[in-house]
Design a protein around this ligand. Structure first.
Ligand code: C5J
Length: 226
């Protein structure tokens, strides 16, 4: 067992039964002209965590963790996009409409790809999800079961939407989860901070949280011992 200094108390995991889940690190949320940008958000807040997510993935790969990447992605005919999701907020440009990087949030379009700095390596798992949660209408649960995974180390965007929804879904399915505080981001810094508080309150009612430094510390100690 490896122990990480986390809140509200230590998080313990074994590499063979632990996966990193990197949520929606897509051009559509992080780059100019994507879905997030067209909704009027400050995308620089999300771009700022890219080096931290890259470092977390490198850490997980070195430890032999299973790596999962998710993409918020709809079928080209939008049959998996409820009208309520597409129409809500009455945006000027909607899911499925053409944008500078192709059709917004549609599978296979350039904007729907994961940004190169944190892109999947060959053999890593990739899940296209039509919802905010990564378990809803996907094979994620079956994939994790097939790999014998019981613990998730979670990062990505946005903290209070797809990251939080996925953590709550995972918690209800019996996974023990750690959210990496500085490897997740929101367009709204207050929402990020409040989501961390909410998720780890009441003795970790949904999950643990820790900064990347706490995870790196673990491997530094393992290396000193060998
Ligand atoms: C949103 C997400 N915010 N990945 N998606 O629509 O959080």
């Amino acid at each position: 067992m490896i122990t990480v200094d986390a809140l509200p108390y230590d998080f313990r995991f074994e590499p063979e039964s632990t996966a990193i889940v990197s949520i929606d690190m897509q051009r559509d949320f992080i780059e100019p002209g994507g879905f997030g940008d067209t909704l009027g958000n400050d995308i620089s807040r999300l771009a700022a965590i890219v080096p931290t997510v890259a470092a977390l993935l490198a850490w997980g790969r070195a430890l032999g963790l299973t790596i999962v990447h998710t993409r918020e992605a709809h079928l080209p005919d939008l049959s998996d996009c409820p009208p309520a999701k597409r129409l809500r907020g009455n945006p000027k440009i909607r899911i499925g409409d053409p944008g500078p990087m192709g059709r917004l949030l549609v599978r296979g379009e350039p904007g729907n790809q994961i940004i190169p700095q944190v892109a999947p390596l060959p053999g890593e798992l990739v899940v296209d999800k039509p919802g905010k949660g990564a378990f809803y209408a996907t094979t994620l649960g079956a994939m994790l079961e097939a790999h014998g995974i019981r613990r998730l180390i979670v990062c990505g965007v946005t903290t209070e939407v797809c990251v939080q929804t996925t953590l709550r879904e995972a918690n209800d399915r019996g996974y023990e989860c750690l959210l990496v505080e500085d490897a997740a981001a929101s367009y709204f810094p207050a929402y990020h901070a409040q989501t961390l508080e909410m998720l780890r309150s009441q003795g970790g009612i949904v999950c643990w949280t820790a900064p990347l430094a706490s995870l790196l510390q673990v491997t530094a100690e393992l290396e000193t011992r060998t």
